[in-house]
Design a protein around this ligand. Structure first.
Ligand code: SF4
Length: 257
């Protein structure tokens, strides 16, 4: 049998039906997904999300209690010594860049937004260290936790979208929901397929599912509740359209059944 080198062709209508089934299965498994980064206020989640780049949520959750005890809010963090912040966040990696980003971000919040995190996509992505992923995490948390002054379910403002992190990227590609690799392009594909009132919880459910079942190295296709809906299942989660020859793609991309 010839090895497929591109994702299977599928009509838009069929893909939309498949997405509905995927949403249903994920909702059954994770009825009430919560933001995994510990926080007590928008500012704390903003900082925690900046720290979570290239780092696990567990590590971030280990360092933030002491960080926020020492620097409880943008006023304190804006005046902090960089070296002290670096020391506290060192376990999260890239700690020099991250320390600069969260201190500078705090200063900008004070100078331009009265010390508040603005519920506005354009304003958020202009802050140091903040990209679309971080901003979308805040909008998702606002919706799920019903933050006062922020938009809630079914009223997501223009420009907001779906959180695309490493898990959402991998699963979207394995599930054949996108052929893109760039997070913003993946987000554009996903927002066309997923209803807006599902965006926040959909990305969280994919993140949890990516940690527990469809992991990067050891996807559990045989026991996966999405296997009938997933074009990567016959390849054990390593389909040829995701194989990277430079990283030993030959082992991957082979049908396993
Ligand atoms: S069938 Fe395999 S590749 Fe597809 S979602 Fe499930 S674990 Fe991931």
């Amino acid at each position: 049998m010839p090895v497929r080198t591109a994702a299977p062709q599928e009509s838009e209508a069929r893909r939309r039906r498949r997405v509905q089934e995927i949403l249903k299965a994920l909702k059954a498994r994770y009825p009430d997904p919560q933001i995994p980064l510990a926080h007590r206020a928008p500012f704390e989640l903003l900082v925690a999300t900046i720290l979570s780049a290239q780092c696990t949520d567990e590590t971030v959750n280990r360092v933030t209690p002491e960080l926020f005890r020492r620097f409880p809010g943008p006023q304190a963090l804006a005046k902090a010594e960089l070296a002290a912040v670096e020391e506290l966040i060192r376990p999260t990696g890239f700690f020099r860049q991250k320390a600069r980003a969260i201190v500078e971000c705090s200063r900008r919040l004070l100078a331009e937004h009265g010390g508040e995190v603005p519920p506005d996509m354009e304003a958020l992505v202009r802050l140091p260290g903040v990209g679309r992923k971080t901003a979308n995490v805040l909008f998702a948390a606002a919706e799920i936790e019903r933050w006062p002054g922020w938009p809630h379910t079914r009223s997501r403002p223009d420009g907001t979208g779906i959180v695309v992190d490493t898990h959402v990227t991998r699963l979207s590609r394995r599930l054949g929901l996108t052929a893109e690799v760039d997070p913003e392009a993946i987000e554009r594909d996903l927002v066309r397929l997923v209803p807006p009132d599902e965006w926040s919880r959909f990305s969280l459910r994919l993140i949890y599912f990516g940690r527990e079942v469809c992991t990067a190295r050891d996807p559990r296709c045989a026991a996966c509740p999405l296997r009938q809906l997933c074009p990567s299942a016959p390849y054990g989660g390593f389909p040829p359209w995701m194989a990277s020859p430079a990283r030993g793609g030959a082992r991957r991309g082979r049908r396993t059944r």
